[in-house]
Design a protein around this ligand. Sequence first.
Ligand code: FPP
Length: 230
Amino acid sequence: MPRHVAIIMDGNGRWAKQRHLPRAMGHRRGVEAVREIVRAAGDMGLEALTLYAFSSENWKRPAQEVGDLMGLLKHFIVADIDEFVENGVRLKVIGRYRELAPDIVALIDDAVARTSENSRTTLAVALNYGAQDELVRATSAIAARVAEGSLAPADIDTDAFADALDTADMPPLDLLIRTSGEQRLSNFLLWQCAYAELWFTDTLWPDFSRAHFAQALAEYAARERRFGGR
Ligand code: FPP
């Protein structure tokens, strides 16, 4: 059983296109899949699940689509927060989420505070997230500690670096899933993927169900991880 699984939820647009529906419908069904997988993660006793919901590059999409995604995100937080509180889900956000609209930032801060004592599953949602940006921010934070004299350059090691990342309080990433047939990392969790197993499926995200998730975890369990040893 992995401790920490991350998912690049890809294929909402193609799902909608196949059905001659607007892209927004694909995203809406994508949120349904998010719900099902968050519940499954809790049921399976997964410690942490990280979902790539909005990348720092997604701002390049048409304003209408960005607005649709933000609307869905808002609705998701409002509609699901009580279930998180009940089910022991701790909500966390990684990325520069403070650059989102003030009402969304307020909703996020409230939801994070309300679930901060939960310890069953951590759900980290990546918002306005880019891994290169995360690495640069971590480097800058470490440089600031060196400049103020609280950290010696010789003491900068992988643990110190990991502690400066947005995922500092999460277990190591064991498994990365990407849906919709694309096989690339798209600037997601570059440091954290160092020893993660990668699992790809042609299934489009809105069709991704508990059964697909169970299949990914079963295939993960059958893999032999060596972490550079033999
Ligand atoms: C990829 O589909 C998906 C996204 C850009 C974002 C994922 C967002 C959601 C599942 C909904 C919002 C999330 C939460 C947590 C409320 P795509 O549009 O790139 O699909 P395509 O490659 O087929 O065009």
